[in-house]
Design a protein around this ligand. Structure first.
Ligand code: RBV
Length: 425
């Protein structure tokens, strides 16, 4: 049975201080969450609610959990990846009134799911997921809770994809907001957040340069676009691999080299997968790779690089650096895997996740979605729901206001013009 993190750490006071300092730093750069915190503190919208969260437990996520608790909720939280938790932040969160944190870095599969169950043990009325693990566990093992669940919110592309598959099968029994898909999340977090944090984590973990490297980016969705753009901005040559013809064409028109992985494998120095699919880099590709390549995954799950096949091919494996596992091939080539093939921007030992400013936007959307569930949950049937535009705009306006950016509004004549179909030449 999993216990809260506070019962498992030795230097608890020191951990709490360190975690709190990280949270204090984050909130200084999170004007949206800061403004919502004031609103929630005054209005207590979540009084009486129990919010279950499974997310990357680090400083920005902690800020989100805290503003929900300050707004009256009882919050129970755990990680959504075995390697992304910052134990000091988890301890600081667990010390907050109304919050219990079960998250700990480096747990095995069994402990990971025990912590998910511990969160569910609080009988959440609202779930906040990054990857859909809470929704899945509740539907599979605790369906009796569904009657009292108002709804949920999902942070990431893979989670929304899984939810849609579940919804299509008629198996999703409460409403969930697709936070990932809304502009204030997707156009910033997925593009800039993934691009910046993945490259930063790879560079810091390896101490290697991007300039002059050939970087193979698999998948040209929002995350792949960000990774390709930032790698190119660091003077790397970028090759994109894709399976979707329009995305392949987009990448081509952006000036990237587009080719199948079977060809790219022999040319890349660094490989970054962002597809959300499995088996993107497999045995035939490992066999073609150059000595010294870096293999990193920026997709939610650790299935994009076939590590079982790589292990089978290797005659030796060893930790080359903290966060880098080298697989040595029979012919002497060394292939280097970062963060065990898990989310490279969050799971290397030095990883910090996305930059604070983008998570402020994503978590601002999460917070207003939770508020919407409490205020208008009855309006939403079971299934996946787009974040209402008015909420997405509310978050954008708070941010623009904080940045001191003023912008225009439509005149009545313009609004009428935009709504009419009669006006032609
Ligand atoms: N992500 N969270 C962080 N808390 O530092 N960084 C990235 C953080 C989220 C991001 O929104 C993405 O959709 C998800 O992690 C993938 O698991």
């Amino acid at each position: 049975m999993t216990t809260p993190i506070s019962e498992r750490l030795d230097d608890l006071d020191e951990a709490r201080d360190s975690g709190r300092r990280k949270m204090d730093w984050a909130i200084q750069h999170m004007p949206i969450c800061g403004a919502l915190r004031e609103q929630f503190e005054a209005d207590q919208p979540f009084a009486g609610e129990r919010i279950g969260m499974a997310m990357h437990v680090e400083a920005k996520t902690a800020v989100l959990a805290e503003i929900l608790a300050v707004g009256g909720a009882e919050v129970a939280i755990t990680g959504c990846n075995p390697l992304s938790t910052h134990d000091d932040v988890s301890a600081a969160l667990d010390a907050v009134d109304g919050i219990t944190s079960y998250a700990e870095r480096g747990v095995d599969d069994e402990e990971y799911y025990e912590a998910i169950e511990a969160v569910i043990g609080h009988k959440p009325t609202i779930t906040v997921d990054d990857g859909m693990d809470l929704v899945a566990a509740i539907h599979e093992d605790y369906p009796e809770l569904i009657d009292t669940i108002i709804g949920g919110a999902e942070e990431t592309t893979t989670g929304v994809h899984r939810l849609r598959a579940m919804d299509d099968d008629g198996e999703l029994d409460y409403p969930v907001f697709a936070v990932n898909d809304t502009p204030m999340k997707r156009l910033f977090d997925n593009v800039h957040g993934t691009g910046e944090s993945s490259l930063a984590s790879i560079a810091m973990t390896t101490n290697l340069s991007w300039a002059g490297k050939t970087v193979v980016v698999s998948g040209y969705g929002d995350c792949g676009k960000g990774v390709a753009k930032k790698a190119s901005g660091q003077n790397a040559d970028v090759i994109v691999t894709e399976v979707e013809p329009r995305r392949a064409l987009e990448a081509h028109m952006e000036g990237y080299d587009v080719k199948p992985m079977a060809e790219a494998a022999a040319e890349g120095d660094v490989f970054i997968t962002t597809t959300g699919n499995r088996d993107v880099i497999v045995e035939e590709h490992f066999e073609a790779m150059q000595d010294g390549v870096l293999l990193a995954n920026a997709g939610h799950f650790d299935v994009e690089v076939d590590l079982d096949a790589l292990s089978d091919l290797a005659v030796d494996t060893y930790e080359a650096r903290n966060g880098v596992q080298t697989y040595e091939m029979a012919d002497g080539r060394r292939l280097n895997v970062l963060a065990e093939g898990r989310l490279v921007n969050l799971a290397t030992p030095i990883a910090l996740g996305h930059p604070v400013e983008v998570m402020d936007q994503s978590f601002g959307v999460q917070a207003v979605c939770v508020r919407e569930l409490v205020e208008n949950g009855d309006d939403y049937e079971a299934g996946v729901h787009a974040v209402p535009d008015r909420l997405d705009k509310e978050v954008a306006e708070i941010k623009l206001d904080a940045e001191g950016v003023d912008f225009d509004s439509l005149t009545d004549t313009q609004a009428e013009y935009m709504d009419s179909w009669q006006h032609g030449t």
